[in-house]
Each structure stands twice: as structure tokens, then as C-alpha cells.
Write a protein of this length. Sequence first.
Lengths: 252, 252, 252
Amino acid sequence: MHQLIRHDPAILELRLDHPPVNALDSATLIWLTEQVRSAPEQGHRAIVLSGQPGMFTAGLDVPHLLQRDREGMRQFFFEFFGTLRALGESAIPVVAAITGHAPAGGTVLAALCDHRVMARGDFKMGFNEHRVGLPVPRPVYVAFENLCGPRLAAEYSMQARILDGGEALAIGLVDEVVEQDQVVAQALAWCRTILAFPSQSVVAETRRYVRARLHAAFREENTDAETFLNEWFSAETQGAMKALIAKLKAKR
Amino acid sequence: MHQLIRHDPAILELRLDHPPVNALDSATLIWLTEQVRSAPEQGHRAIVLSGQPGMFTAGLDVPHLLQRDREGMRQFFFEFFGTLRALGESAIPVVAAITGHAPAGGTVLAALCDHRVMARGDFKMGFNEHRVGLPVPRPVYVAFENLCGPRLAAEYSMQARILDGGEALAIGLVDEVVEQDQVVAQALAWCRTILAFPSQSVVAETRRYVRARLHAAFREENTDAETFLNEWFSAETQGAMKALIAKLKAKR
Amino acid sequence: MHQLIRHDPAILELRLDHPPVNALDSATLIWLTEQVRSAPEQGHRAIVLSGQPGMFTAGLDVPHLLQRDREGMRQFFFEFFGTLRALGESAIPVVAAITGHAPAGGTVLAALCDHRVMARGDFKMGFNEHRVGLPVPRPVYVAFENLCGPRLAAEYSMQARILDGGEALAIGLVDEVVEQDQVVAQALAWCRTILAFPSQSVVAETRRYVRARLHAAFREENTDAETFLNEWFSAETQGAMKALIAKLKAKR
């Protein structure tokens, strides 16, 4: 099960551990939301969100979700949006320690963090939602724009491009690429620099400017669950997801 | 005369063909506006806007326009803004296949599209309006900012810089540079990737986020024709345009 | 004392000359505000803000300011914000001729200008306010975002990074790096290009688009002096500033 690791000074590492691919199922999302939301009141001052060696998270647990009915999926989207909002609105900095693959939902979680450190190697990230007919919530798109600029956010999202760490670094989707065994250490180092500054209220003030556009997007969010539900249960998207599952099964 | 070419699957190519330089005269602008506006209802799902080998468009037909009176120019600006708005607000993606030179008005049309493929070679684009004393409509400036970021949009517009494909690619003014005979093919490939995604309503939803800033700029547009008319008929701008024409004539 | 130098055509150079480090004391700030505000009505059409060889400005005069009481500091922040606003809202272009070091307050002044030319060499700029527990006014943060994009503005501000000219050029914090004895000449050249365009009213119109985001930030500015005063007199920030002064003294 997922691990909580405490680092000095008051940094909480949330290490995803849900074999085989750290899929974002209900339990994981609920746990993440709760941990991120309660971290400040428990005295934590920064969060590192990490995964397993070679796998940050493969994103939504599509094979499982395909078995859910509309009510079940409504519940799921509620949980998923809750995690996105918890990360996007976190009162303390969150650093993504991208220890491996992070396509689709993995890229989404990372984009909502304050800083991203990725493992060197043949690991994939992606704006690949369009390939299976899934939309991107608007605040997530705003996060992509903040990181990559409007032109590249458009280009990569519209074309649903998948990219490796080198390309992710080149377009600003990640901030650093380091050896896999250094990813968490580097994420901690980023937090420690900030936590060592003399006035944490000044740091928090700057961070409000930094996150202003993202916070506004979460406040204005009008991507209601119905849109996602309609897309999810459309014949096209169901077909695309089933085809993907079949392809992944054939690969094994 | 301009050509309409239909490509699979449901992609409409609008190929400018108005020798010698594809100047944007009234007839061309009216044709472009009509084609872009009516394309979706005629079943087209994407548009490629192309030119002739070596010449996308040289922009406004200044020698002809210098003969128009204020009423004639008011009509012209109405037509020109209409084309800009048709491109900027197009319900389906438009890709600029920049087959050659695209200074001033050519750069403006390209910037309002969804994606830009430029021909390799010594072809010029430019933010050179200031050189002849002409303003840039605000939505076009917003498009420049989306592509290049605020700093470079400012720098290139204020200094009225002219640039070749390599520099255009470096600052994000174009997305790809390919061999001249591959420009249209590459523009079609971009459309085909998008049109092959399973859910076109999801693609349209993402595209609304992508184009949101540009759409807002067109809605807020308060650059009325009067400003443009006053500038056009100012002694300074008339002088600069006449000097340009004289220089171009002397070159031939 | 600071120098006023007139260059053709109607360019006013404001050369900071306040040994040893061009510290931004009250007299300097009041002089800068007054010169920038009155330049247009005195017939100047562009401003170059320069420093001494090797030193643009080291920023706020912290050793002196530490002796001020709350009322004295309130007065000082009023003067400092006045200069920022004068630069940010200047009716004519201002080019920063960064002739040497420009950390903290030096970076702030430069970021509010229209264009930045920096001297080649081992000169430092920085977003290093967090190191001494000082906040950045919101319009200044908006200027950083305009120059470097949201991701890098966040990264450099949050981590309070100090950088040299090469890195400043790479992230867009400066626009050009030239030999030290060419910095002012290059700043003048930038102004001359613009002033030579036929229609200065068109140039001013484009400049309104270019500066729109920054102007809006100054209008919305709700960073009142009280926030700055509270931070300034906090035990943490006072301690950090005193430690800095001690360290600088020990170095000499």
C-alpha cells in the first residue's frame, strides 16, 4: 500500500505503491486528496509526490473503470477532480518526483505540482487523452499552458503527443531530469531551499502570485462531471478504450 | 483564380492563386472569409490555407489600395477584419501551409491559424507593419503573444523585425519547417492526426481552451476601423507606403 | 551625482552615479521617478536607464534602511513603489542599459523597462529577494512572467536564484548581451530603430498592447505598504538582513 515518509524539515513524501502500474483507482485518489489536504495541519511544510522505480503512475485504471455504470463513474470523476483540486490548491508546495512512466493521468498530477523532477531514461509522459477520446479538465490545461506556453500546450494536447524526459525538459513540462535514484533526493532539495528562506510568509506571498492563474482556473472550473460522463459513455470513447485494453493485453 | 481542393478525410485546401504575389485584395479576402465560414456546413472538418511555390502571400495590395478614398478604405478594412475574424473564430482547425514568403499580412493570416508549416528556404515572414506606419489589430497581437510569448511578441513587433523560417521556428512563429514540396502534405498530416481521434467532441472541447484567449480578443476587439483609417491617411503613413512602392518599382 | 545625458533624436539617458554601488536610496528613487515622469513633457521620446561600468545598481540600500523606523520605512516604500510605477507606466519607451551587476532591486528596475541590454562578463542579476525575506511587488512578478514565462518566473523567484548574463539571456530576463562599452550604444540603437518608424502614433498603439498586462497589474496593485512594512520589521527578515550586512562587511 502507499507509503507516508517523513523527511526533515517537515517534508512529507507520498509514495504511490499500488502494483503493477500505480493506477489511479478510487482508493489511491481518496488517499492522495486526504493526505494533501491534511498535510499542513499536521505540521508538514512541503510535500513530495513520488512513485516506484520506473513507474510514477500510468494514470486512470481504465480496465476497472470500464466495468462501472454511470453512477459509479460519476463517483469516480468526483474523486479524481477532488485530487486535482487538492494538488492545484495545496497550501504548501508539492514537488512531483517522477520516478518513471507518467503518461496521461501521471502527466496531469505532475503538472499541478509546484516543481517536477523526472528520472533519466526511457520513460514516457504525455498529453495523450485524445487518443482514447478523453477530455482534459480546464484547470489542467491552464497548468500545461503555464509550464509550456500556449503554443506548445496547444500543439501537444491537440496532437495527443507522448514524449520522453528529454523532450519534456525541452518544452518545460518537467523542470529537471536526474538519475532515477536521485529523483526523490532532488525533489527534497528543492523543498529544502525554499523552507530555509528566512520569511516563510514572504515565500507564501510569492507563491500566491505564482499559482494565481491556476487557482483562478479551479475557481472558475465549469467542466462539470456530466460532460466527462457523456464523453466516457459515448460509443467512440468506449470503443477506443476497449481497443486500448485489448492492445495492452495482446502485448503481454 | 484561387483553388478549392478537397482532400481525404473532409479536409478543404484553400490555395491562394493571385499572381504575381498573392496580394490580399478585396476579392481574395471576401473569398477567404466565405470559404472559411461555410466550410463546416459543407461537411469539411479541417482547412489547409496554402499559397503558391515560393509565395504564400505578400500581404495587403498597397499599390492598389493607395488609390482608394476614405470610403473605399473603410470598405477594405471591413473585409480585411472579416477575414481575420473568420480565421480566428473558425469552428474547425485551420493549418497554414506557408509555401513561401509571408511578410506582414501573410504573417498575420498564419498567426491566426491552428498550426503553421513553413517551406525551408530563403522566405521571409515579418512583424514589419511599423515600417510602413500601419497598426496591428489587437487580436493579431494576442495571437503573436500566444505563439512567441509576451517578450518576443513585443520585441519583434516594436522593432518590426523580418525573419526567415529558421528564426520563425526558433521563436515559435511557425511550428515546422519542411521542404517546399512537403508543406501541404505536412499540413494535411497534422489535420489527419486530429481527425483520426475517436471523439471529435472531446477534440473540439480542448480546442475551445486552446483558442480561448484569441476568441476573447476578437470579442473584446475595440480596434475600430476609424483608427486604421486615420493612420492610413496620415501624411506619415502615406509617405512611407509611397516610398516603399517606389523602392519596389526601382528594384524590378 | 546622477547624470542626465541627451542623445539624438530626443533620447534621455539617466545614468545612475551614486558610489560605490548605485544603491537605490531615497534621493535616487525620487530623482528617477521625477525624470521618468517629466521626460515626455520635456520633449524626450525615449529613455535609457544606465549605471556605471560594472555596476548597474546593487538594489536597496539595506545598511542605511535598517536604521529607519516604521514611519521612515513607510516613506521609503512609498518612494520605491513610485519609481516602479513610473517605469512601468512610462508613456515613452525605457531601455535598461545594464552596465554591470543588477541583483534584486536592479533586476526589478530592468524588468519594468521595455528592453534590456546587459554587459558581457561576470555580472549578476537575481530574483534573490527571498534570501533576505523580502517580498516582490505583484506588478514586478507580472513583469518577470512577461519576460520569462510563468514556469521560469516561478522557478527563479521561489528558489531566489542568482544568475549571470548568459543565463539571463537564455531565460529571457535580458534581451541582449554585448560588450560592456557597447551597452549604452546598443540601448540607444534600439530606441533609434523605433523612433525612426514613420508613424509614432501606431508605435504607441502597439506599445499599449505590449504593456497591457503590466499596466493592468499596476492598476490592480493591492500590495499595500503595510504588507511590506510587516515583513520588513519581522524578526526573521531583520535577522536575515543583518546577517547579510555582516557577511558583506566581513568580505571587505
